[in-house]
Design a binder for this molecule. Structure first.
Ligand code: CP
Length: 305
């Protein structure tokens, strides 16, 4: 595995399997005490808002005995009379920390960061492009439930083109065989051609459908409608068309409904009590996967540097 986790494309199947096994070990031993590791300190740099990823990595670090320092929200720049450059921020914090977890709205942000640090860097979301740690959480959730990602039948809905979580999940699924993805969304919100091409390369199937076969799916992945939509606001009519209702949940049988959260209104709250609702379990899995990621990239990698 490379030192940095910047793209899900850099993760081989065997790496994914190893991370899932470690996450499962953490899940089964949630209260195991670990000594404070004073040699490690995490820099959590969130230049875009985040609840789960930021708090999740902070909690995961603390559970591993690692202390953290944080920058969060875009006010970092707003409150300064002139914004500090990102390279200067990295150079300033580099001596204080031993790894970085970074979210930024700029898709090419890491080209500005990597020249100024030799510490491991974890991508916690860069623009609409990638969210590799969320994809690992999502893949781990599917693996826990179904035992394999090969052959899964998945319906994906929401503003897929602009969902970094959905884009990274497609890149993860591309590593498996016989996966079927049905995109249920507006044509202009469907995945970019390149994402689809990369996915179907490995004997996987992709189709766009206006009336998906809910009864045969194992997973409904509701990606939601990102607040920052480069193509303009989503109308309420569009949002309502792709809302997951209790009726859809009931049709799903043994399948599960996933969502990277935050859920705004793309899943009716009365779905929450159905056995198909799996998004809060998915969120809990995030803690164990983030622990596995930090252990692999920031503790083991750090000790090898
Ligand atoms: N799923 C996810 O990335 O959530 P946050 O934006 O709250 O981190």
């Amino acid at each position: 595995m490379p030192q940095n986790l910047l793209s899900i494309k850099d993760i081989a199947r065997a790496d994914f399997q190893a991370l899932c096994e470690q996450a499962e070990t953490f899940r089964q031993n949630p209260d195991e005490a670990v000594p404070i590791d004073t040699s490690q300190q995490g820099g959590l740099l969130f230049f875009e808002s985040s609840t789960r990823t930021r708090i999740g990595f902070e909690t995961a670090a603390w559970k591993l005995g690692i202390k953290t320092v944080s920058i969060y929200e875009t006010k970092h720049n707003d409150t300064m009379s002139a914004a500090e450059s990102l390279p200067d921020t990295i150079r300033t914090l580099n001596p204080y920390v031993s790894f970085f977890c970074i979210r930024h709205s700029d898709e090419v942000v890491f080209s500005q960061i990597l020249p100024y640090t030799s510490h491991p860097v974890v991508n916690c979301g860069n623009g609409t492009q990638e969210h590799p740690t969320q994809a690992l959480i999502d893949g781990y959730t599917m693996l826990s439930r179904f035992g394999s990602l090969d052959g899964l039948n998945i319906i994906m809905t929401g503003a897929l083109r602009y969902s970094r979580a959905a884009n990274s999940l497609m890149a993860l699924l591309a590593k498996f065989n016989g996966v079927s993805v049905t995109a249920f969304t507006e044509s202009d919100l469907d995945f970019r051609d390149k994402v689809i091409r990369d996915f179907v390369g490995n004997s996987n199937e992709y189709r766009h459908s206006d009336s998906p076969d809910w009864g045969n799916a194992q997973v409904i992945y509701s990606a939601g409608f990102t607040p920052s939509n480069p193509s303009g606001d989503y109308s309420q009519a569009v949002r309502d068309k792709y809302k997951i209702t209790r009726e859809i949940a009931n049709n799903l049988g043994d399948g599960i409904i996933m969502n990277p959260l935050p859920r705004i209104n793309e899943i009716d709250p009365d779905v929450d009590e159905t056995p198909q609702a799996h998004y809060f379990q998915q969120n809990e899995n995030g803690l164990y996967m983030r622990m596995a990621i930090l252990e692999r990239y920031c503790l083991l990698a750090g000790s090898m540097c």
